[in-house]
Design a protein around this ligand. Sequence first.
Ligand code: A3P
Length: 345
Amino acid sequence: MLFKQQALLRQKLFVLGSLAIGSLLYLVARVGSLDRLQPICPIDGRFRPHGQDEIPLRTLQFKRGLLHEFRKGNATKEQIQLHNLVQQLPKAIIIGVRKGGTRALLEMLNLHPAVVKASQEIHFFDNDENYAKGIEWYRKKMPFSYPHQITIEKSPAYFITEEVPERIYKMNSSIKLLIIVREPTTRAISDYTQVLEGKERKNKTYYKFEKLAIDPNTCEVNTKYKAVRTSIYTKHLERWLKYFPIEQFHIVDGDRLITEPLPELQLVEKFLNLPPRISQYNLYFNATRGFYCLRFNIVFNKCLAGSKGRIHPEVDSSVITKLRKFFHPFNQKFYQITGRTFNWP
Ligand code: A3P
């Protein structure tokens, strides 16, 4: 009997304890979200502007909070007005390269309190139908932000689409352009893997990478294959250079962003004239994912979706050698133009 009562008491204590912990966690989260609606840390007092380009900051919490509320549809028109929220055209665009790590770069830059990302790929400049809708349509696709923040969008198709440089130039000739690249053969295989996965999802069969990348008639690299063409970075960059000087581009090392993201992000912060605010605290290695994930604060962290970081199929080593040999002269030219050497094989 006594034993039964003790067990009952223990059970009650356990339930009460769980309730107390649950309420505490709820309160922490709630206070966090209330904080978000208060301008808890005005910028100017925290950072002395060094130049015109410098962007004043608010706290990370402040930024995330209100924008988050708005995204959820919770912010009212009054709040938007009160906080001077605006939809701004991007001051920087990640123009490519597909499978270079464009999503990781955007998400990681979004850790910076002065950066606001457009979550979706907007495809304004590469899609004629969207482009015909005009610049106001594009602006309305942008997230709400504070006037001192910068909006960044990414659409990797921009890098390889002929019409895009001129169109972006017409919008803003001094815009900053980010290109994230990976070793070209790896990038091409990653590109193939994405398409392959799409086919498999639809229960379709698909060619092997080797068959697509090598022309069976000549046994040479098949330059008609899009995954190969996209990896000839210098060819695409040369088209962009007809409109923008090289100083307006920053090249991000996508291979290093995987293994050592912080120094790469610090280079981008510099390029964007942002004070260094992304730190090691914001990035932690997740062994299960095999990638760095993002930590915004004590409560909120996230890894990229599972579609980022796929296992590549095995590719015949002679094909890899052939591709690397093919890309080599283009890579040399790319290093020369950009002033950044990657030592790709
Ligand atoms: P793989 O799937 O080939 O590994 P994009 O966003 O341009 O499509 O690029 C996808 C690539 O981003 C992935 O290619 C992956 O390697 C890379 N990547 C870089 N940092 C990552 C991260 N922290 N988490 C997941 N993927 C990351």
